[in-house]
Design a protein around this ligand. Structure first.
Ligand SMILES: C[S@@+](CC[C@H](N)C(=O)[O-])C[C@H]1O[C@@H](n2cnc3c(N)ncnc32)[C@H](O)[C@@H]1O
Length: 197
């Protein structure tokens, strides 16, 4: 919801939601008037997103595609690229049909899709457009900011939101650092704008 609030505020016309899940981001953006491409590797997620789009009367503004976001072609197609990437450290890269792992696992260090967003995801953004994504603070925000700046993006980082550890994150985070029952972790939203007109 937090990411979608900030994304809707951008008032972008052509939007890519990379990893659309059940469709919260696409639906809210389409309701705000955007034309949305909703991509997910999980076909059930895309079906669910499109059902929700029909149920909410915004199906004419959402194009659902089953695809790996890392294989999207194009350059500068979108005024806004939004992503809530899987970013929990995992013992291995998720296999394509392990849908729960695919929704949560970010490779061995948790950063695999974050690194892709910084290096290749920026290519999909139009001049003057923006890339927005969630980022757990334990995954080295400074490294991400530096990688985006190296791509010529102007970067802002939101204030952190503190969240209690859920079951899944509680199981995974001890691999990175020491966590105790009742601990919280923090999420920020990174906005990277491509300079130009
Ligand atoms: C953390 S969930 C976010 C879902 C939704 N956007 C939300 O915020 O509620 C991550 C989503 O990304 C999808 N996903 C993971 N890796 C992907 C990839 N390489 N290409 C496309 N979708 C991917 C998962 O299937 C899952 O639906």
């Amino acid at each position: 919801m937090w990411l979608s609030d900030l994304a809707v505020d951008q008032r972008a016309e052509r939007v890519l939601v990379a990893g659309c899940g059940a469709g919260l981001l696409p639906l809210r953006l389409a309701r705000g008037g955007a034309s949305v491409t909703a991509v997910d590797m999980n076909p059930h997620a895309v079906t669910c997103c499109l059902h929700n789009a029909y149920a909410n009367g915004v199906h004419d503004r959402i194009n659902g595609i089953v695809a790996d976001m890392r294989e999207l072609d194009g350059r500068g197609e979108y005024d806004l690229v939004v992503c809530n990437p899987p970013q929990l450290p995992a013992s291995a890269d998720p296999r394509p049909a392990d849908w729960v792992a695919l929704a949560n696992d970010g490779g061995r260090d948790g950063r695999s899709l974050i690194d892709w967003l910084c290096e290749d995801g920026t290519r999909l953004v139009s001049a003057g457009g923006a890339l927005m994504f969630t980022h757990f603070t334990f995954l080295d925000v400074e490294r991400t900011v530096a990688a985006l700046r190296a791509q010529g993006m102007r970067v802002t980082v939101s204030e952190p939101l503190h969240k209690p550890l859920g079951r899944l994150s509680g199981e995974r985070l001890p691999r990175l650092t020491e966590w105790r029952e009742g601990d919280h972790y923090s999420v920020v939203i990174i906005t990277a704008r491509k300079l130009g007109i």
